[in-house]
Design a protein around this ligand. Structure first.
Ligand code: ADP
Ligand code: ZN
Length: 808
């Protein structure tokens, strides 16, 4: 009797639409199961893939099917639930299964990784070639890669290696490919001498403007900055850096790079007794059936974190694990340390600073239940937590939960699917829920409120200042700076309290305009205006990073150029320095924080009271809890109001409500002054009374006609390429094709476009888009058909983004 051959589909971390089919050798049969890692031959190489399905039909019309070579793990790397999440993701977002799995299983754990054979107990070795192999490995110091052994013995050794592993004589271990050792130290340029006075500065730097700029940039960055940051990001040359050192004004130091800022951190002390409102929320969360979800709608400062922690603590008591998602780990150190403060080393913090090896270690620790709580940004939704009991998504309204590349998943949606599969409770938390989540209330989410701040602290008073009518401080120009905000800052400083100033635009001025002919300097590659920066002084594109010198005259009409429109954080900083010379300032935006852990340093200084005024972009609006901040000033609330995107009002409201929430968190109270030219706009009006419900209701109305989410579902098809004509033509083809499909199948979907995207060009690629609007299931069908047929060709790329975060 001949046994039937068995076959398995194996995915590789590559953008290929379908998995490959391999033969399953009899000897491996029991270990080739869905979710298991397997070693397979691909052309002349051996790579690690993941089994997606077993016992599939033998593919037709192929010559010779190759066999799976080996199985490194005794137990499948992926649980059936995680495999199902990946499969769902591949279907819903129309992504290749290999890329969906790559989002789930860290890249260092499969693909080009190496399988190592390590001796465990040589007395258990069977005879024959297996024993010979084991002796050779022992000779190599007890560990060697399987592929090195194949080379040495000039034949495949997988069979023997598998046998050794099964009898416990050796073990197989997957090691990430060597990507070069990361430097353990970095070179930092440090200010060496007392800051010279303004007069000293003028003589010292006479005829050396670049050195002065470097000196001042270092000052701005808190007295030191990594040399690569100064060179690559700020554009200072080696020559300028050396010259400044030559004057004895600065020196280079080797500083150990901080690999894991959370590793040694003790965490804050355990939280106090919950309030009545918290107790109520906790018990209602406990009463959720497994797989059910809730929105914890709690005003800023209402103590949501304690609720999460208590629900997680109870889950752990029952032996179940938890995932806590935060928008961005660098910006939410307080949440992370609270979780660590309570659960200590049962927590794995997943952050972008981990190496492939460290990431794989954290993954294994969670998979084996050595750690039970995973904390991280978006991708931590895939953490292989054992017996997952709770998923928390803090600040659920944040745009960072949507992935920007294939698979373009939304962690909030993935969490919903995963919670159902694993029977976990799902908790969304926010003071300003997204419209999408609010629309789910009463459907698959219940609503829990924490209506008051802890200790019945009042919400801060919010006042709108109409820039068109209120008196402004003329010396502050071009910064719009009302007398009222000015007085408020003075009073705050006099009382030795802290202030935050928000200006959601980095750089010095938003764009340069010729006063004579109105010419605006644009990026030739991205069709957006270039931003003026002062340290160093350049025009910079915020999409592609391109830089140009600031011109002295207009190329169109020859008029001298000096007027700048719009303002940025650097310009605000200079104005504030001049007006409040005694105040200690810190600035937080992408330019001051592009080095890895600089947020920590800046926030630490604010927490210790070493900073009087913190100014910055939306970064300062996130989850910070500093009781001594009693004033928040929003310098220009209108910066994002007119972006060509249907979420611009929602984003503006969220930002204002969040930044307002940074004050009044201590016994001294606090207030918020919002400067705007549109006090009548609903995104501003509702901030005054902290009326989130009112805003949601009115904004929901505006999404009805023309319809936008959550009223309808959307998919955005982005067509891009370097040839404008070819891109336009392909976009038209996409539009025609989808219109025909919709008509033929009579689907409730509207096709919009083709049109150039609002950001018509990024990094030399022209962008056009087609938008599908309609019923979500019907959109899903169009997306799946399209994924198979709209590949794009001849250098033109077609990307389908289902449930897009924006249409820019
Ligand atoms: P949210 O995330 O809702 O904005 P937090 O969880 O940051 O609010 O809590 C706000 C502040 O209140 C924190 O300083 C926290 O330690 C404190 N807090 C929370 N719950 C309690 C409580 N039950 N008793 C006393 N203080 C509390
Ligand atoms: Zn550009």
């Amino acid at each position: 009797m001949t046994r039937a051959e068995r076959y398995a589909d194996v995915a590789l971390p590559l953008p290929i639409p379908e998995p490959y089919t391999y033969r399953i050798a009899d000897t491996l049969g029991d270990r080739v199961t869905p979710g298991a890692r397997v070693v397979v031959p691909v052309r002349s190489r051996e790579v690690i893939g993941v089994v997606v399905r077993v016992d599939v039909a033998e593919p037709e019309g192929r010559v010779e099917l190759k066999s799976i070579l080996g199985t490194p793990d005794a137990e499948p790397a992926l649980t059936s639930e995680l495999l199902e999440v990946a499969t769902w993701m591949a279907g819903y977002y129309a992504a290749p299964i290999g890329l969906a799995l790559k989002a789930v299983l860290p890249g260092g754990m499969w693909g080009a990784s190496k399988v190592m054979l390590r001796v465990v107990d040589s007395s258990r070795a069977p005879g024959g070639f297996a024993a010979e192999l084991l002796r050779w490995v022992e000779g190599k110091g007890g560990e060697a890669s399987v592929s090195a052994a194949s080379k040495k013995f000039r034949k495949p050794v997988w069979d023997a290696a598998d046998r050794l592993a099964r009898v416990g004589a050796a073990e197989l271990r997957v090691e990430p490919p060597k990507v070069g050792v990361r430097p353990q130290t970095e070179r930092v340029l440090v200010l060496a001498r007392e800051q010279p006075t303004l007069v000293e500065r003028q003589t010292l730097f006479k005829g050396r403007p670049r050195q002065r700029q470097l000196y001042e940039a270092l000052e701005e960055l808190g007295g030191s900055a990594p040399v690569p940051h100064l060179k690559e990001r700020l554009g200072f040359s080696d020559g300028v850096i050396k010259a400044l050192m030559g004057h004895g004004l600065s020196k280079v130091e080797e500083v150990e790079t901080l690999r894991d800022p959370f590793a040694g951190q003790a965490g804050v002390p355990p939280p106090p007794e919950p309030t009545d409102a918290q107790v109520d929320a906790i018990s209602r969360l406990e009463a959720l059936s497994p797989g059910e979800g809730a929105l914890l709608f709690g005003v800023t400062g209402s103590g949501k974190t304690l609720v999460y922690l208590e629900v997680i603590r109870r889950a752990l008591e029952r032996g179940r694990g938890a995932i806590v998602l935060v928008p961005e780990i660098g910006l939410t150190p307080q949440t992370v340390s609270r979780v660590r403060g309570v659960f200590g080393d049962r927590v794995a913090v997943l952050h972008s600073g981990l190496s492939e090896g460290e990431r794989a270690d954290a993954w294994r620790a969670l998979r084996h239940g050595d750690r039970m709580v995973a904390v991280g940004a978006r991708s931590a939704v895939f953490a292989p937590v054992k017996d997952l009991g709770v998923i928390v998504i803090d600040e659920e309204h944040e745009a960072t939960y949507k992935n920007g590349e294939t698979p373009r998943y939304d962690a909030r949606q993935v969490a919903t699917v995963r919670a159902r599969l694993e029977g976990a409770r799902l908790i969304y938390g926010s003071a300003t829920p997204s419209l999408d989540t609010a629309a789910r209330l009463g459907k698959d989410l219940i609503r829990l409120s924490l209506p008051d701040r802890v200790g019945m602290r009042p919400m801060p008073e919010v006042k709108l200042i109409d820039l068109k009518h209120e008196p402004l401080v003329s010396e502050a120009r071009p910064i719009p700076w009302s007398e009222e905000l000015d007085r408020a800052v003075v009073q705050t400083l006099e009382r030795r309290e802290q202030a935050m100033l928000l200006l959601n635009r980095r750089g010095f001025a938003s764009f340069l305009i010729c006063p004579e002919c109105g010419e605006v300097w644009m990026c030739g590659r991205c069709s957006i205006s270039l931003t003026v920066h002062t340290a160093p002084s350049t025009l910079r594109c915020h999409y592609c990073g391109r830089e140009e010198p600031i011109p002295s005259e207009c190329p169109q009409c020859g008029h001298a150029v000096h007027r700048m429109r719009g303002i940025g954080t650097q310009q605000l900083e200079r104005m504030v320095t001049e007006r409040f010379p005694k105040a200690r300032l810190a600035r937080m935006d992408l330019d001051t924080t592009s080095t890895k852990w600089s947020h920590h340093k800046i926030l630490g200084a604010v927490e210790r009271g070493e900073v009087d005024i913190l100014l910055g972009t939306q970064m300062i609006a996130k989850g910070l809890d500093f009781p001594n901040v009693t004033l928040v000033g929003v310098v220009d609330a209108d910066t994002a109001l007119y972006l060509p995107d249907f979420r611009s009002a929602e984003r503006t409201f969220q930002l204002l409500a969040q930044v307002a929430g940074r004050t009044g968190r201590g016994p001294k109270g606090g207030r918020v002054l919002v400067q705007t030219r549109r006090p009548d706009h609903h995104a501003l009006r509702y901030t005054v009374d902290h009326d989130v419900e009112g805003f949601l209701a009115e904004e929901l109305e505006t999404r009805k006609s023309p319809p936008y989410p959550p009223e309808v579902a959307l998919a955005n098809v982005l067509v891009s390429g370097t040839n404008d004509v070819a891109v336009g033509r392909e976009a038209a083809r996409v539009a025609d094709w989808s219109a025909a499909l919709v008509e033929q199948q009579d689907l409730p979907v509207t096709v919009l476009g083709p049109a150039p995207a609002p950001l018509a060009k990024i990094k030399d690629r022209w962008r056009w888009h087609v938008v599908w609007k309609g019923d979500s299931q019907a959109i899903g069908r169009v997306v799946r058909y399209a994924a198979e047929r709209l590949a794009g060709k001849g250098g033109v790329r077609v990307v389908i983004d289902r449930d897009p975060a924006s249409l820019l």
